[in-house]
Design a protein around this ligand. Structure first.
Ligand code: F6P
Length: 319
């Protein structure tokens, strides 16, 4: 293997740059040439490649977003697009590819592997919804970003004796909502993995009010319903007046936490070394404190289970 490429794909996540730096520097350390593909698979189809050097990845470890930029490509989802992508990789003399992204990006990576091209994945998404790894790059930063916002909302909620609904990201998974709820001491958390019981939620708010709690925070994952819908339902069902805050894309930005910068550095190097050892169709994951390579297919074949101990903890600790 002489020349490897790296790309970021899907939603950006804090720490992606640290992963790009890690892949690049460890490849150069092993005597390889490195190119960066800009705008994910879309850029690959357009041949939008740039050389990456020791210095071009300098000063990016702490930067949010991705210097390679990212995209969600419709063209790459079609078989002709995938075949074209393999041709592009070959025409640029690339021997292996590292894909940094989430489950959609890994399905794409698998299509390349299926056509004989070596690819190793690095799981990066603020959703943490990839089975096989305890943590994905960006998750820890997003928790902390959301938590900072929730702490500020708590100040105003307690000053005005108000009920707040704070909507966090997570269309299909409640990992972010759950961690934020536990860390902020929220009264309730609503996640896509568990059906909403509005009656129970109202009882809980009622009980809290009766025993003198003057303000309450509900952390809502966006995949459950929109915050304004929940506000309407709480008003109709229990007469609860609430305020809402939708944290939105601010959760995807910012400098990675130390944890994410370290995780990304470890995963990037583990992925590159995996490629050099002849591995393909695997991703570099973090399990029980260490790095491992596991099949990429876990990302779409297995649903990562939410930690029910944490769900119970929100209940127990908000009495
Ligand atoms: O997958 C990461 C994520 O941030 C989700 O939490 C969110 O639902 C989605 O991406 C938003 O995607 P987009 O930026 O394309 O609207």
């Amino acid at each position: 293997m002489k020349r490897v490429a790296v790309l970021t794909s899907g939603g950006d996540a804090p720490g992606m740059n640290a992963a790009v730096r890690s892949v690049t520097r460890s490849a150069i350390f092993r005597g390889l040439e490195v190119v960066g593909v800009r705008r994910g698979y879309e850029g690959l189809l357009e041949g939008d490649l740039i050389p990456l050097t020791k210095s071009s990845v300098g000063g990016i470890i702490h930067r949010g977003g991705t210097i390679l930029r990212t995209a969600r490509s419709d063209r790459f989802r079609r078989p002709e697009g995938i075949n074209e992508a393999v041709q592009q990789l070959k025409s640029f003399d690339i021997d292996g590819l590292v894909v940094i992204g989430g489950d959609g990006s890994f399905r794409g990576a698998w299509e390349l592997v299926d056509r004989g091209f070596p690819v190793v994945g690095v799981p990066a998404t603020i959703d943490n919804d990839i089975a096989g790894t305890d943590m994905t790059i960006g998750f820890d930063t997003a928790i902390n970003t959301a938590l900072e916002a929730v702490k500020k909302i708590r100040d105003t909620a307690s000053s005005h004796d108000r009920l707040f609904i704070i909507e966090v990201m997570g269309r299909e998974a409640g990992f972010l909502a759950l961690e934020v709820a536990v860390a902020s001491g929220a009264e309730c958390v609503l996640v896509p993995e568990r059906p909403v019981e509005l009656g129970r939620l109202c009882d809980k708010l009622h009980y809290a009010r009766n025993r003198g709690k003057t303000h309450s925070l509900i952390i809502l994952a966006e995949g459950v319903m929109a915050a304004h819908e929940l506000a309407e339902q709480l008003l109709d069902t229990g007469g609860y007046d609430s305020r809402i805050t939708v944290l939105g894309h601010l959760q995807r930005g910012g400098s990675p936490t130390a944890f994410d910068a370290v995780l990304a550095s470890r995963m990037g190097t583990a992925a590159l070394e995996g490629l050099l050892e002849g591995q393909k169709g695997v991703m570099a994951v973090y399990r029980h404190g260490g790095m491992e390579l596991v099949p990429l297919s876990l990302a779409w074949e297995q649903k990562k289970r939410l930690n029910h101990e944490l769900l119970d903890l929100v209940e127990k600790l908000s009495i």
